[in-house]
Design a protein around this ligand. Sequence first.
Ligand code: AKG
Length: 241
Amino acid sequence: MNEEEIYEFDLNGYIILRNLIPPADVARMNEILDQDQAGDFPHSFQFLKLDPMFMDLMAHPRTLKVMRTIIGDWLRLDHSYGLQMTNQTEVRENLHGGLRTDQGEHQYQWAFNQMWNGLIVIMYALEDINPGDGGLICVPGSHKSNLNTYKPSVDSHLVANPSFKAGDMLIFTEALVHGTIRWKSTKRRRALLYKYSPGYSTWGKSAQLDQYLDLAQNDLQRDLLRPPYVGQRTPLDFPEA
Ligand SMILES: O=C(O)CCC(=O)C(=O)O
């Protein structure tokens, strides 16, 4: 991340980076998901096992470069899932997360001239999200809020509904107050979420990652699937971005 990007992430608790997934790959991923869902349209779904391209995305060199700045050299995949909605999808509109919620795991701190984070979300859009479409909402800057007993209402002027295009990624810290509102567009929402943790911690049950080990195609992918530990942990061998 360059200084401008770090400034933006520090200021807001999230940032959008453009053109991560080429259009042909977005189309192929949508095809694979449509085929797998066979006419159903679950709000949340699993996808990592469906095709090697999803494992490749987990280890995307540009993504890992950004994660290195945000989390550090010792990082791991925590869990992944997809989200999709239509304007018929029932949602409990909400804001959740925030600094030191979830047993203190969601963290955001600067020390020794670098940021320190807990669970980080990468949300890749597989369909465009236009202004006012709904879906993900957040309170920019709330990852540094000093009042953890208060959350604004979902329609507060403090709440943003970021828009970004298919193939772009939005990165946010779970220390950011965020949530979901109803999807309003006549087109569907679909996004892939990959969540990364520091190498020493886990949010999900880390044994759930074992099922993906056989699908890992190289040491980098295997290293991303390691359970959390500290002693003798080696940093990732980061690829050229
Ligand atoms: O994108 C959404 O609708 C909500 C995502 C969310 O709450 C999360 O990733 O923790």
